[in-house]
Design a protein around this ligand. Structure first.
Ligand SMILES: [Zn+2]
Length: 89
């Protein structure tokens, strides 16, 4: 079972952004810290663990977003979901 699940999240209503693979977080465009590429694949991953559920600490569970560089495959993690940059042309 894959730890990383690509859920097609946000596909609805994102038709205009469908060709974009550039993202920003907190108003800053995301650039790969390894190779300086700026195109990414967005994914997400659950941060919860079986232990947390067992201890009834589901409130502590959350989802992290990750961006995988399309060039070098470096993965950057974000606690909130990056915004897709919509190209204006
Ligand atoms: Zn890279």
């Amino acid at each position: 079972m894959s730890f990383i699940s690509k859920l097609g999240k946000g596909l609805k209503g994102a038709i205009n952004a469908v060709n974009s693979d550039e993202y920003q977080v907190n108003g800053v465009k995301v650039t790969c810290i390894h190779c300086s590429h700026n195109r990414f694949e967005l994914g997400d991953a659950q941060l919860n663990t079986a232990g947390m559920t067992f201890l009834n600490l589901d409130w502590a569970n959350s989802t992290a977003s990750l961006l995988s560089c399309k060039k070098c495959s470096f993965i950057m993690w974000f606690a909130k979901e990056p915004e897709k940059l919509i190209k204006s042309s």
